[in-house]
Design a protein around this ligand. Structure first.
Ligand SMILES: *[C@@H]1O[C@H](CO)[C@@H](O)[C@H](O)[C@H]1NC(C)=O
Ligand SMILES: *[C@@H]1O[C@H](CO)[C@@H](O)[C@H](O)[C@H]1NC(C)=O
Ligand SMILES: *[C@@H]1O[C@H](CO)[C@@H](O)[C@H](O)[C@H]1NC(C)=O
Ligand SMILES: *[C@@H]1O[C@H](CO)[C@@H](O)[C@H](O)[C@H]1NC(C)=O
Ligand SMILES: *[C@@H]1O[C@H](CO)[C@@H](O)[C@H](O)[C@H]1NC(C)=O
Ligand SMILES: *[C@@H]1O[C@H](CO)[C@@H](O)[C@H](O)[C@H]1NC(C)=O
Ligand SMILES: *[C@@H]1O[C@H](CO)[C@@H](O)[C@H](O)[C@H]1NC(C)=O
Ligand SMILES: *[C@@H]1O[C@H](CO)[C@@H](O)[C@H](O)[C@H]1NC(C)=O
Length: 438
């Protein structure tokens, strides 16, 4: 049996690292019950997952992402107690449809569930509340119809909740317990039909977004040997794939919904936020001056709402702010000057006819004509060194190296010696070749 496992690992390793595009389907898993890790992402697998996959009773990491697999997924994958050791289930970027099985049992060990970018429909699987160890839940870009799953608040480890681009709707009712969602760092509810007020009570409990320094390393590191979690976020107007930054990156994206009412003062407490996007809603009232306390903020988008009043001067204390979008509101008065505000162009303010001062062409009254602060541009340095990014956008080359090392680690767990040596040699050779290209 051990021999067999090694051969799968070798297979995975080859497929992953050399990026072979195989065009085949998953076959019979009947004799593979001791397999613990199965990584076969980024190929061209087609067809359905065979029911025999339920024989993988020892499986811990199952990554079938980035293929062209279709059909419904077998119930056992949602661990009806049949895969008791399953910690990572990654099916993102396939063509699965049907309901997400709703049979997660108490005591399961699932930590990462990534079903992003499929065609899953039906309701939200309520039994996910049994996944006590869940750290990452990504159901984005599907067709799930439901309301905000507030019951996930009890999951003590949940750090990433992505529901973007689904058919979620309704109000987010107030949190029942101040300790709910206390580990959350990435919340993406964008492109749904949520309505009602912004969830002020939840902003009080997102303790994971309130600490700047004491960033905790989590057990997620343990999984990194085999598997690297990635998540797509929109920031600075771009879609970026973030890899292996889970414990450092903090974002709230509630854009493109139907939220109304005011932006609560309390968002100013979420001081580790790097990205905040409330754009494309119907928010009213003033921009709270407490936003000026979000000193880690790099991307702030409040555009296309119904915000009124002046832009709080406190915002020019945001030293890392690289993208600001306040356009399509009803803001008035003087645009703050200095610091990062010297770097924004007038497309950050479009559609606010009452704004004046640099960089828009309207002057602020006769007495306080604004000259574009040319000198300031140079003195302050208009392109301040942005945060040293803690994410890596993996290119092809990096993927290759990653694949090689993953395969290598897997091989070294279970020998055989000759193969390790061979692969080592191969790895070096490829690395050397990559280097000589640069
Ligand atoms: C899978 O393999 C087992 C034996 O290894 C066999 O009994 C079973 O019929 C096969 N199933 C399919 C669908 O081919
Ligand atoms: C499962 O094991 C059989 C040998 O028993 C092997 O032929 C087959 O390739 C394995 N399946 C996978 C998906 O690795
Ligand atoms: C699950 O993992 C535990 C601890 O590693 C191991 O003892 C147990 O046999 C595994 N269960 C299965 C079904 O493989
Ligand atoms: C979602 O489900 C509700 C009923 O539960 C239904 O009225 C509504 O049309 C559904 N929305 C979509 C987009 O399917
Ligand atoms: C809040 O939740 C925590 C943990 O989930 C629990 O220990 C506590 O009793 C709850 N408090 C209230 C008021 O429900
Ligand atoms: C905010 O979200 C919208 C989509 O809802 C997106 O188009 C925009 O680029 C985002 N803003 C930033 C600054 O990333
Ligand atoms: C700001 O958002 C509007 C839409 O809300 C968009 O048209 C515009 O290009 C954005 N500007 C910048 C600077 O991102
Ligand atoms: C924005 O700047 C461009 C040139 O940089 C100018 O043509 C345009 O009129 C300006 N728009 C506003 C609203 O100031």
């Amino acid at each position: 049996m051990k021999g067999l496992i090694q051969w799968y690992l070798v297979l995975c390793f080859l497929l992953l690292s050399l990026n072979f595009k195989v065009d085949c389907s998953l076959s019979n898993f009947s004799s593979n019950s001791s397999m613990e890790v199965f990584l076969i992402s980024k190929n061209k697998l087609v067809g359905e997952i065979p029911y025999s996959i339920c024989n993988l009773i020892s499986i811990s990491v199952l990554d079938l992402s980035n293929n062209e697999l279709s059909g419904a997924i077998p119930d056992c994958l949602a661990s009806r107690g049949k895969m008791p050791n399953l910690t990572v289930l990654d099916l993102h970027m396939n063509k699965f449809h049907g309901n997400i099985p709703d049979s997660f049992v108490v005591g399961n060990k699932l930590q990462i569930l990534n079903l992003n970018n499929n065609d899953f429909d039906g309701p939200f699987p309520k039994s996910l509340e049994n996944c006590h160890d869940l750290q990452v839940l990504n159901l984005g870009n599907n067709k799930i119809n439901g309301t905000f799953p507030h019951w996930l608040g009890t999951l003590p480890q949940l750090q990433v909740l992505v529901l973007r681009s689904n058919y979620f709707h309704g109000q987010i009712s107030p949190s029942e317990n101040e300790s709910h969602f206390s580990a959350l760092r990435i919340l993406d509810l964008s492109h749904n039909e949520f309505s009602g007020l912004l969830p002020t009570t939840y902003f009080k409990s997102f303790r994971g977004m309130m600490t700047l320094s004491n960033v905790q390393r989590t057990s997620m590191e343990d999984l990194n040997r085999y598997y690297h979690f990635s998540v797509l976020v929109t920031m600075k107007g771009m879609d970026l794939v973030l890899e292996r930054i889970l414990t450092l990156f903090t974002t709230i994206d509630m854009s493109s919904n139907k939220f109304h009412g005011e932006i609560p003062e309390i968002v100013g407490n979420l001081i580790s936020l790097q990205v905040l996007n409330f754009s494309h809603n119907s928010l009213t009232g003033h921009i709270p001056s407490s936003v000026g306390k979000l000193t880690a903020l790099e991307s702030l988008d409040l555009s296309t709402n119904k915000l009124v009043g002046e832009i709080p001067m406190q915002l020019n204390g945001l030293k890392f702010l690289e993208v600001l979008n306040l356009s399509q509101n009803q803001l008035v008065g003087l645009i703050p000057q200095g610091n990062q505000f010297n770097t924004f162009l007038n497309d950050s303010y479009g559609g606010n006819l009452g704004l004046c001062g640099f960089p828009v062409s309207k002057r602020c009254g006769k007495d306080e004509e604004q000259e574009p602060p040319e000198s300031a541009l140079h003195e302050e340095g208009i392109f301040p060194c942005p945060l040293d990014w803690k994410f890596v956008m993996m290119g092809y080359g990096c993927g290759l190296v990653l694949g090689l090392s993953t395969g290598y680690i897997m091989l070294t767990i279970g020998k055989p010696e000759w193969l390790v040596r061979m692969v080592q040699g191969l790895g070096y050779k490829i690395l050397r070749r990559l280097k000589s290209y640069h």
